[in-house]
Design a protein around this ligand. Structure first.
Ligand code: ADP
Length: 206
């Protein structure tokens, strides 16, 4: 199911990306186990609805009503029964996450999370951590995240990438045995470079 996806480590080595000289000030990087953690991270450039993995994450709205952006793409690819299931869930608060089926998607599940509008780091952090916790509670071992809140909700891309990658790192430091792969699904050119840089910071490839 993960065919064709390189780990972050393979990706960085193929591109000959340098190891960062020093972590950014204030970052807590504990190099214990770093090698195996980097092996659990991938970048995927493209449409998240194509991924045949356990779960893809949706940047949903609090009513769980089909909208635009990645949410529209996921509903379109999943078919109408996804909205029916969403309608039975009584919405979802910002920073929280709920699980639905994947229906006609290649992914088995959709983890619906609601990002903040604008730059609200605590709420965005909650999205990543609550989504990963929901994944592990459901024996989901491979998860792909879109760049939550950075589209219609207007979170600045680089700031959002730091929150995303840092908190995935912190989660994996605690629970890496429950997750095989976390994929950052990059849809826009602007996020490609940002994620390459940010991943080198939090998942340095030695
Ligand atoms: P939000 O409302 O949380 O900002 P958006 O869907 O507007 O959500 O944007 C979140 C990110 O998802 C943006 O980077 C956007 O370019 C990206 N995106 C849009 N369509 C897709 C898709 N089919 N697959 C993956 N990412 C997508």
């Amino acid at each position: 199911p993960l065919q064709g996806l390189k780990t972050w480590k393979q990706y960085a080595q193929d591109k000959d990306l340098p190891h960062p000289a020093a972590p950014l000030a204030g970052n807590i990087i504990d190099n214990t186990n770093n090698e195996s953690l980097s092996d659990k991270i991938s970048i995927f450039n493209g449409d998240i609805t194509n991924l045949k993995i356990d779960a893809i994450v949706n940047a949903a709205n609090s009513r769980l009503k089909r909208g635009g952006g990645v949410d529209g793409a996921i509903h379109k690819a999943a078919g109408k029964y996804l909205q029916d299931e969403c309608d039975s869930l009584n919405g979802c608060e910002t920073g929280h996450a709920k699980i639905t089926g994947g229906y006609e998607l290649p992914a088995k599940y959709v983890l619906q999370t609601v990002g903040p509008r604008g730059e609200q780091p605590e709420a965005l952090k909650a999205c990543y951590l609550n989504t990963l916790r929901l994944a592990t509670e459901n024996n989901i071992r491979s998860v792909a995240f879109p760049c939550i809140s950075t589209g219609i909700y207007g979170y600045p891309n680089e700031a959002a990438a730091h929150v995303a990658v840092y908190n995935v790192r912190k989660f994996l430091e605690r629970e890496s045995d429950k997750i095989d792969r976390v994929i950052f699904c990059i849809f826009l050119e602007v996020d490609k470079n940002i994620y390459q840089q940010v991943l080198q910071t939090y998942f340095p490839v030695v």
